[in-house]
Design a protein around this ligand. Structure first.
Ligand code: NI
Length: 176
């Protein structure tokens, strides 16, 4: 199975706004498949199109990975995801990002959200997150499609420090 290259900060594509897809066709399904494979291989629990240098509103997630690499897969693929409801109750959780490798920080987000999206078959679907990890994950990935990174919720000092560390880490590698 093919995989994509994962783009890391400070690549400009991570700051761009991805555009809606017209529909979920075979090309988008293939993109979702390759993104899932890329995410599993990384390994990670979520991946958005910007992170593989594509600017359409597509993301993939699988929070079952927290149980370890041998846990049964439970992938979720979304096109044109849109948060249609957020809880007032917040949740704080440590987040990381495949585009900001080896950096982690606590981020506060709404504890629950309801998301409207097109699924793998192109059908209109909704997800309400009872699971905090899934909730953080889907909000984190939708942020990516809007050019927003988890470090944007931190102080400028902390954000700059993490980006500097990643630059050092990826120095000399062929990463855009
Ligand atoms: Ni991320």
């Amino acid at each position: 199975m093919d995989t994509y290259q994962i783009i890391t900060v400070p690549a400009p594509v991570l700051r761009e706004t991805a555009q809606d897809v017209d529909r979920v066709d075979d090309a988008i399904r293939r993109q979702m498949d390759i993104m899932l494979e890329t995410m599993y291989e990384a390994p990670g629990i979520g991946l958005a199109a910007n992170q593989v240098n594509m600017l359409n509103r597509v993301l993939v997630m699988d929070v079952s990975r927290r149980e370890g690499p041998d846990a049964p897969k439970d992938p979720i693929c979304m096109a044109n995801p849109e948060i249609i409801w957020k809880s007032e109750e917040p949740s704080v959780m440590e987040e990381g990002c495949l585009s900001i490798p080896e950096q982690f920080a606590e981020v506060q987000r709404p504890a629950k959200v309801r998301v409207k999206y097109l699924d793998y078959d192109g059908k209109q679907a909704e997800l309400e997150t009872d699971d905090l990890l899934l909730s953080h994950c889907v909000q984190h990935e939708i942020d990516h499609l809007n050019g927003v990174l988890f470090v944007d919720y931190l102080s400028k000092l902390k954000r700059d420090m993490m980006i500097r560390r990643v630059k050092k880490l990826t120095k000399g590698q062929d990463i855009m």
